[in-house]
Write a protein that binds this ligand. Structure first.
Ligand code: HEM
Ligand code: MTE
Ligand code: MO
Length: 478
């Protein structure tokens, strides 16, 4: 094929709109991405790069450092940047915004390094009712902000009395300290299984984007009351918005919101948490303050909390409006209309098998097989049963549920406030003659919601809410 034309920076810069075309440069190549803008998984942000280099954006949104992204880009190549213009771009080689991210345990399985996204080896999950903090999944969209606890201030805005500003010390001393045990799950947990049915867009999470921890802090309700929330505000307020201290290149903060009723209800148990598993919240999990919204999808549990806004509107952030929504199986990237679906809040019932692992080989002489896992439901709905099959769903047995690490502990939380998962376990005889087993688990919550058997009917373009029966194949050796 004939060589591509040489293009000057000046000409690239003339292409900065859908009307004139959208051109960008990358490592000396020039790309016309006009057609790609409307189907970009990261939304309209891509327009910031129009007419210029994408490197400084991609060092921040490092999700792009993957082969499949470069493959997409290569389809749009139209030329080579003039050599002398390429030289001038050296100033764009900015320092790495992730260089101050904290150390992480090497046992974590990393889905993306920058921003950091990782999950524990799944066997760890059901071996400990409280997930050790080091192994708790980490889901960051941006670099971890460094916050000096002495300078930290939380601003509570939107109330007629004006802004309430609190230091960390004030949050700890002015309000009673509450502790809850709550499970946090990312909306993308188990995405990789849905992805096998048909390709979805997003990080390829296994079934470890979930964890259970104790969280201590002030009740959001108490702080809102201190800031002037009352019956007059209840007339118009509908949402509570949260802003993180982690910021995009544009300066806009990570953000999300929850319905006001959840925030102010006595039974909502929403915390402004400063401790996780009895220690200061670590950097990756939101030091010094994160919101814990029990029963609600991970994304609304805003870390590095900087601002709370009581409002008639939902958060306008990308993550509230253009992501973390569910769609019908027929909706694809080119037909998706984010306005047509509500933001995910409470999550559906979920369960997974943590041992044995997919593909393990079981010795027939052992005669018995122990299957273990976790089960949880959103909205404070308690898991009341987990059914397990070792023959691909032909027959089922009920697993034993545990509400702590204590043997035989089956205590129930107050109705509607089952924030923590249950671990479960069952030991069954190995079916004679079988050489391969398909293990399955499914949970039932106290609204008698249960999990769908397959992913096809719940497939959605972003791979969220992935809660079909968990199936694990194991082999039996003679
Ligand atoms: C996500 C492609 C430019 C911001 C993605 C993804 C792809 C992609 C394929 C999904 C990645 C995955 O989840 O595996 C491209 C291409 C670009 C481009 C081909 C060529 C110009 C940009 C620019 C920005 C940007 C310039 C920002 C200024 C984002 C963000 C996400 C994303 C924020 C979402 C990350 C998340 O899911 O949290 N992009 N992108 N992209 N992109 Fe881009
Ligand atoms: N809060 C801020 N400020 N920035 C983030 O990137 N990620 C959200 C949520 N809160 C995020 C955030 C998402 S999508 C999830 S699933 C949880 O935090 C993950 O919490 P963890 O890292 O403590 O497990
Ligand atoms: Mo998430």
């Amino acid at each position: 094929s004939s060589p591509l034309p040489i293009i000057s920076q000046e000409e690239v810069t003339r292409h900065r709109s859908l009307k004139d075309g959208v051109w960008v440069t990358y490592q000396g190549g020039v790309y016309d991405i006009t057609e790609f803008v409307s189907i970009h998984p990261g939304g309209e942000k891509i327009m910031m790069a129009a007419g210029g280099a994408i490197e400084p954006f991609w060092s921040l949104y490092a999700v792009h450092n993957q082969e499949h992204v470069l493959e997409i880009l290569s389809e749009y190549k139209i030329g080579e940047l003039k050599a002398e213009d390429l030289k001038k771009q050296s100033t764009f080689k900015s320092s790495d915004p992730y260089s101050s991210d904290p150390e992480r345990h090497p046992a974590l399985r990393t889905n993306s390094l920058k921003p950091f996204n990782a999950e524990p080896p799944p066997e760890i999950l059901a071996d400990s009712y409280i997930t050790p903090t080091a192994f708790f999944f980490k889901r960051n969209h941006l670099p971890v902000p460094q916050v000096d606890p002495d300078l930290y201030r939380l601003h509570v805005e939107g109330l007629p009395r004006g802004v309430l500003t609190l230091s960390l010390e004030e949050l700890k001393t002015r309000f009673p300290k509450h502790t809850i045990t709550a499970t946090l799950q990312c909306a993308g947990n188990r995405r990789s299984e849905m992805n096998k049915t048909r390709q979805v867009k997003g990080l390829n999470w296994g079934f470890g984007a979930i964890g259970n921890a104790t969280w201590s802090g002030a009740k959001l309700r108490d702080v809102l009351l201190a800031a002037g929330y009352g019956p007059d505000v209840a007339q118009w307020a509908r949402h509570v918005q949260f802003e993180g201290l982690d910021k995009e290149i544009t300066g806009s903060a990570y953000g999300a919101s929850i319905p006001i009723n959840k925030a102010v209800s006595e039974e909502g148990d929403v915390l402004l948490a400063y401790e996780m598993n009895g220690k200061d919240i670590p950097a990756d999990h939101g030091f010094p303050i994160r919101v814990v919204v029990p029963g609600v999808v991970g994304t609304r549990n805003v870390k590095w909390l900087g601002k709370i806004v009581v409002s008639a509107q939902e958060s306008s952030s990308h993550w509230q409006q253009k992501d973390y929504k569910g769609f019908a199986p027929g909706i694809d990237w080119d037909t998706v209309d984010y306005k047509s679906a509500p933001a995910i809040q409470e999550l559906p019932v979920q369960s997974a098998i943590t041992t044995p692992a997919e593909g393990s080989v079981i010795d027939r002489s052992e005669e018995m097989l122990t299957v273990k896992g976790y089960a949880w439901s959103g909205g404070g709905r308690e898991v009341i049963r987990v059914d397990v099959s070792v023959d691909g769903g032909k027959t089922w047995k009920e697993a034993k549920l545990k509400s702590s690490d204590k043997e035989g502990d089956q205590t129930s939380p107050p109705l509607g406030r089952a924030w923590a998962w249950k671990l479960w376990e069952i030991t069954v005889p190995l079916p004679p003659e079988a050489q391969e087993l398909e293990l399955i688990c499914k949970a039932v919550d106290n609204s008698y919601n249960t999990q769908p058997d397959t992913f096809g009917p719940i497939w959605n373009v972003r791979g969220l809410l992935s809660n079909a029966w968990h199936r694990v194949k194991v082999k039996i050796s003679e």
